[in-house]
Design a binder for this molecule. Structure first.
Ligand code: FE2
Length: 246
């Protein structure tokens, strides 16, 4: 089974359309969306319509949860908070039930998927101690080989070998064959607000049969997404950062 991994769409319809077109062209059995459909960018309803029309399996990100609960947006920085308030006023009421039903975690054969970590949509996996903790959780579960996660907007591939060594693997555009004796944490990066210096919309393809992952990105109409942000009256910085991929 080929699984397309997308995350952190953040209301960027131009980026989402480009990624879904690329996934359609190469073929995937399922699209797994790791959360944060809303926030930062200016086309939440278009993104929700597009996702609803396809076999996409989604889970809740911290911005999706904050859309429903004001209290959760309390720790957002000012710009993220402004964008979320705008989203709260803009998302059509018909979509609120969709957000209420989003699970925090999804599981399939050999994998678990979450936004931040399985324990919290707000928690980050950036540092070694954070990835080691999550990989130890996978080891204890025994039935899991991989955890898919998002939230950082930065692509990552962590592994734990049979001796307990935890490290990051270098990323490339080529397909990476994984070692079936290791456990993995895979972050496909962000569709709608990449932060790893590459402004293209990021996603990944995970192949269960081959036990491989390929990190990918596609160019999209960044200028159109920026114009949309400014027309909506959202902070200019949100438009600027899209061009830089930060
Ligand atoms: Fe996010």
């Amino acid at each position: 089974m080929r699984l397309a991994l997308i995350s952190d769409i953040h209301s960027n319809i131009e980026a989402l359309e480009a990624v879904l077109a690329a996934i359609d062209a190469e073929g995937a059995d399922l699209i797994l969306n790791l959360g944060d459909i809303v926030g930062y960018n200016a086309a939440p309803n278009d993104c929700l319509e597009l996702l609803a029309a396809r076999p996409v399996v989604s889970l809740a990100g911290n911005h999706d949860l904050a859309l429903l609960e004001e209290e959760r947006a309390r720790h957002f920085n000012l710009i993220a908070y402004q964008a979320l308030r705008w989203a709260r006023e803009t998302v059509r009421p018909e979509f609120l039930e969709f957000f209420r039903n989003l699970p925090l975690v999804r599981e399939g054969e050999g994998f678990i998927a979450c936004h931040g970590t399985p324990a919290s949509a707000d928690a980050y996996v950036v540092y070694h101690f954070q990835s080691r903790r999550l990989l130890n959780f996978l080891k204890e579960r025994r039935d899991l080989k991989v955890c898919f996660f998002g939230h950082t907007h930065v692509r990552a591939l962590w592994y734990r070998d049979v001796r307990g060594k935890v490290a990051l693997l270098p990323l490339s555009r080529h397909k990476i064959r994984l070692d079936p004796t290791c456990l993995y944490l895979i972050n496909p990066g962000s569709v709608g607000q990449p932060r790893d210096g590459n402004p293209e919309a990021a996603y990944a393809i995970f192949d269960f049969q081959e036990f491989s992952v390929q990190f990918k990105s596609v160019p999209y109409d960044i200028a159109a997404a920026q114009r949309r942000i400014l027309a909506a009256g959202l902070p200019e910085l949100l438009a600027e950062r899209l061009g830089q991929g930060i």
